[in-house]
Write a protein that binds this ligand. Structure first.
Ligand code: ADP
Ligand code: MG
Length: 331
């Protein structure tokens, strides 16, 4: 199949879902024309996923499709934006018809869930690499930024932490593998509705792609503050608890491992009740795990209140000790 046929397939699949009225011109011209509603700002984010770096080489094409969109929608959610449009740049070793159809199954399933339109992209031959640009809208001046945490704020996280890192750990060690944990690695849920519910109260927000320590660290540096985290309060799935019963090992995965795609945000303790109310209708829980302080740095305490030092810290591409095996995002 030639590039042209591949594109025709993509166009056909997109046409089936019908055009949104904020897409004036979608796939097919030199560029797309999009309508940003008045009183709103355009929010744009790009993330690339490479085979062997961002997903295990046994990932299904549908999971790769889902995840390549999910990580981008997660970035928009972390800005408090409503996702609207997406561009897809594919580098593929061959024009494999079955692969592209399965990829689109995963990609478009998530796009439809959020009424996001695929409005263009690029298709080239090369090593497998998927680059997605997601665009959304936010009311002017209302975006959630990293530099807005205030001393005394509660630190909240959505959902639960550590499942994806645990799955990666199990996959790398080639031992027992939990399908539930692996699902959390392959099919992260971007917290779009959650972000909408807390947007009125949140000061700073970030999505957790590289691990809580690394990502919360970005908020602290940008905001010029510090934080105290209570490891016992990290939200934990039952599956993670069952597979990693040792506190120190589990906490290290939850603090240092990545790929959770949960949201971390800060808000005034005075708004805690209102936040609980706003989230009451959501399936996703939210947990206060610590507090912003004037003292710089990030301190973690364990069950006895002693300081806890995790064995993993946030993943960094190009780090000198980088593990050559498939690892995780730095989005
Ligand atoms: P050009 O040569 O003008 O850059 P292309 O042949 O690259 O045009 O693309 C033709 C049209 O198809 C454009 O509207 C482009 O946005 C869209 N397109 C190309 N690849 C993809 C893709 N992987 N997903 C969605 N749209 C795509
Ligand atoms: Mg092009």
């Amino acid at each position: 199949m030639k590039e042209f046929d591949l594109l025709a397939r993509i166009r056909r699949r997109v046409a089936l879902s019908g055009a949104a009225d904020d897409v004036i011109l979608g796939i097919g011209d030199d560029a797309a024309l999009l309508q940003v509603p008045s009183g709103h700002e355009l929010v744009v984010s790009t993330d690339t996923l490479n085979l062997g770096v961002h997903f295990p080489d046994d990932s299904s094409p549908a999971d790769i499709g889902w995840k390549s969109l999910a990580v981008n929608l997660s970035d928009l959610a972390a800005m408090g934006a409503k996702p609207r449009w997406v561009m897809l740049s594919l580098s593929l070793p061959s024009a494999d018809e079955d692969w592209i159809e399965s990829f689109l199954d995963g990609f478009l399933e998530l796009a439809e869930q959020h009424a996001v339109s695929l409005v263009g992209g690029d298709t080239t031959r090369g090593p497998l690499s998927i680059s997605v640009t997601a665009m959304g809208v936010v009311e002017t001046g209302k975006a959630l930024r990293r530099d807005a945490a205030r001393v005394g704020d509660d630190i909240w996280v959505s959902g639960s932490l550590g499942d994806a890192a645990a799955a990666l750990r199990q996959w790398q060690s080639k031992g027992l593998q939990s399908a539930k944990l692996r699902y959390r690695l392959d099919r992260p849920t971007p917290r779009v509705e959650f972000a909408g519910a807390i947007a009125a109260y949140a000061h700073a927000a970030i999505d957790l792609s590289d691990g809580l320590l690394a990502d919360l660290g970005h908020v602290l540096v940008a905001s010029g503050v510090g934080a105290d985290i209570d490891a016992c309060r990290l939200p934990t799935s039952r599956t993670l608890n069952d597979h990693f019963p040792d506190d120190a090992q589990r906490w290290s995965l939850q603090l240092g491992g990545g790929d959770d795609y949960e949201l971390c945000f800060t808000a005034s303790p005075a708004d805690a009740w209102a936040i609980e109310q706003a989230l009451a209708a959501q399936e996703v829980p939210a947990t206060v795990i610590g507090r912003i302080s004037a003292e710089q740095g990030l301190r973690i305490s364990d069950t006895e209140g002693a300081s806890f030092v995790p064995t993993l810290s946030g993943f960094e591409h190009f780090a000198s000790s980088a593990d050559p095996t498939p690892s995780k995002e730095t989005h």
